[in-house]
Design a protein around this ligand. Structure first.
Ligand code: ZN
Length: 294
């Protein structure tokens, strides 16, 4: 199944809903950062949340950043998403190895530890919108749920999942977000709660061959789901040599002069996708000249 997201409404617009399947996206992130299984799961859950929250941005050029900072061994994870299903992200420590948790699953909570989740929405205004909450479990879905309730006052239900193959590549990944509008009636809320009671995990549903549409039909059974839009999802980084050059120029002439005097080519890795950019001394000299002019 190709990676994509859907947006939907249900119960005559008393519910807004999102779902996505993101196996290729998460596998690409795993390859870019050579993540261990528990970090693939953590990054993959946050990337899936990014796809769904990104597609809810109002403006075409708006950007969403989800940033987790924790006391656990991964230290932090950052994900950035646009409104068109493109996400990128990285963990600070990619190779954390932990024993399975009490229920035999990858210990995402243990890798993250206590900390914070910050959501930044850059909508082209001077000050981006930003909300921060304490992590509730470090399992990510519960933390995003809590963020919606505490920061945006939207009662939500979030499911996120990543399932690994035996060889530690990504077998399944995806998620859903269900949000109740302020005017949602008691009957609708009760029905939703009932549906959620016996609900299988996201990865179980994906393993059963369910599409994002099917997942919403399951979570919102009996609530008349109407899919309103659909789009491709992908791990995509917008880095370029020109961008890295601008970053090098911005560090200043002093630093550039030091690099040049070392007399060696330097290598800069993009934090988000791991791509390597090489700058021979000659090019550094050119950047030094540009830094002098600017
Ligand atoms: Zn990049």
């Amino acid at each position: 199944m190709k990676d994509y997201f859907v947006r939907a409404t249900a119960a005559g617009a008393q519910i807004r809903a999102f779902a996505c399947t993101t196996r290729e996206t998460v596998e690409k992130a795993r390859q870019a950062h050579n993540t261990s299984p528990v970090i693939t799961a953590a990054l993959g859950r946050l990337l899936s949340a990014g796809v769904m929250m990104g597609c809810d941005l109002k403006g075409e050029d708006d950007l969403l950043t989800l940033q987790i900072k924790g006391e656990g061994p991964v230290k932090g994870i950052t994900v950035t998403a646009d409104s068109k299903g493109h996400v990128k992200g990285y963990p600070i420590v990619p190779d954390v190895i932990l024993p399975a948790n009490a229920i035999g699953k990858l210990d995402v909570s243990g890798a993250i530890g206590p900390g914070t989740l910050t959501v930044i929405k850059d909508m082209g205004l001077k000050e981006p919108y930003s909300g921060q909450v304490e992590l509730q479990t470090g399992e990510i879905a519960e933390d995003v749920t809590y963020y919606f309730a505490a920061s945006e006052q939207v009662p939500s239900c979030v499911g996120l999942g990543v399932l690994m193959e035996k060889n530690n590549t990504v077998k399944q990944a995806g998620g859903f977000i269900i949000q109740l509008m302020p005017f949602a009636g008691e009957e609708v809320i009760e029905r939703l709660e009932q549906n959620l009671k016996g609900l299988a995990s996201v990865t179980t549903m994906l393993e059963e061959g369910k599409t994002p549409e099917d997942i919403l039909e399951t979570v919102l059974e009996g609530l008349d789901v109407v899919v309103t839009s659909k789009g491709d999802a992908a791990f995509q980084c917008d880095c370029s040599k020109a961008r890295v050059e601008r970053a090098l120029i911005s560090i200043g002439r002093g630093e550039l002069r030091d690099m040049i005097s070392e007399g060696k080519e330097i290598e800069v890795n993009c934090q988000f996708c791991g791509k390597q950019y090489h700058f021979p001394v000659e090019e550094l000299k050119g950047l030094y000249d540009r830094a002098t002019r600017e």
